[in-house]
Design a protein around this ligand. Sequence first.
Ligand SMILES: [Zn+2]
Ligand SMILES: [Zn+2]
Length: 599
Amino acid sequence: MSRSDYAESHLYRLRHSAAHVMAQAVLEMFPGGKLAIGPAIEDGFYYDFDLPRSLTPDDLVAIEKRMREIIAADHKFMRREVTAEEACRIFADQPYKLELIEGLVSGSLDEDGESSAGEAQPTLTTYRHDNFEDLCRGPHLDSTGQINPDGVKLLRIAGAYWRGDERNPMLQRIYGTAWETAEDLEDYLKRLAEAEKRDHRRLGTQLDLFSIHPDQLGGGLILWHPKGALIRHLVEDFCKREHLANGYELVYSPHIGRSALWETSGHLGYYRENMYAPMEIEGQQYYLKPMNCPFHILIYKSALRSYRDLPLRFAEWGTVYRYERSGVLHGLLRVRGFTQDDAHHFCRPDQMPSEIDFVLNFSLHLLRSFGFDEFSAYLSTRPGERKAVGDVQQWRAAEGALEEALKRTGIPYEIDEGGGAFYGPKIDLKVKDAINREWQLTTIQFDFNLPERFDLTYMGEDGQPHRPYMVHRALLGSMERFFGILIEHYGGAFPVWLAPVQAILIPIADRHVTYAREVAAQMKAAGLRALVDDGSDRMANKIRKAQEQKIPYMLVVGDREVQAGAVAVRLRSGQDLGPKPIDELIAMVREAVASRGSV
Ligand SMILES: [Zn+2]
Ligand SMILES: [Zn+2]
């Protein structure tokens, strides 16, 4: 369901109505409590409160109980329009609501407290049920009785800054969920538990893949531990080979660039709030790069390009730095420094359709290689007249090429009419993971702006300079975020080709250790990653530990195996393959690596 469909849906009204009911219950518990905002969100709702003490899990139980009473009383939701003055009177003792009213009236805020450049609103609306009235644009259910009490659950308490700004007071947020039936709620809670088991932050620690040190190193900055780094290396190595085999050229560029460059590119004008403060070198200001594009453009401009040289495809695993508020940082998924698998295509207008076809199919090929096989796409088209650069003809041609390419892939797609950036239309590709969650990975973005700003040209067949088309694309997105998604998709049980340790040899007694080491050495010589667990644990413990580490093959060796020149093979799934001769084992594992399969 798209965001606008959701906002119109019964589920949305149900959840938003449940948020009002929860707020009433909380205010009854804390009569002087202050209300901030309480929207419906994907899969549920929340409300932010400023309360005299910290909430406890017991409070949630009590609040939920009171919510059921309010639901059972079947109070009507009543809408009324009020002037700003009336609203200020109604919410006189609610400072956050007063701030919202001021923002709504002046047009600087929306109902969720987000900055907006919207229209000033001369009239506001409130919704009232029982003795609780909230500033709200709605819509709501007709009455509290339409909420199914068996479909509602409060989930957890979290801290949240007022308007997401860490300079503001820290509020207490209660997350809840509401569904039409008890079965829907149960399904959702199951999915939640499954997602929690797969949480990349938890698995990142359990499998020793990466760490984050907000206090010592800084938030949103990732340390890749050896096992995580190995996986990243394998991913990058595979992708770079594929890029080189498909007409890309690899480039490298530095982490900082002069302010003049970012002025020409427009980043200082339009993207400054996402950039970090400049540093001064010999009287010149330099900025950490938030994007790689200007660097690749300078490479393009370093030579006279002829129509015969195009298309050019410059790819870089480029590390960029973007400002994110500390409140929104989240594991590997939202960070401040990250490495994009970035590339820029420069092509002639007549090459554009085939270039788009190519890049789209190349993206799908890479994503499939990592075990994703369900895709959906969004095509974002030209925004309103005033904002867009480039002429309409160019836009329509580019949008047409993107849509035709999408059609040829057979991927389901939606068009976000007018949703493109001011400088060009784009395709976003989403993948579905193993538990049916959607993640946006690939972006293929046209750019009619930078070729103008940097005055890019190529010499045409007619001997005249022409403007090339430029396309930005990141396929996996960022290595950090992609790794987080990969961890959750596989639940940490990486396919054999990516598993940091592919096989572990488990000697039953000390006298089997030498043989185990020989087998491990043979596997290493065959290009596989094998370790020997020669610790003093009992065999059952060693197997349990290997299973926790999600190592694909556990190879047990005892007297019988030593005598037969074999190993007893157990898979991490628990499946027992019995004894196998060493060369057969090596062939089997190598086959799993080559097919990028799992066990
Ligand atoms: Zn409301
Ligand atoms: Zn770019």
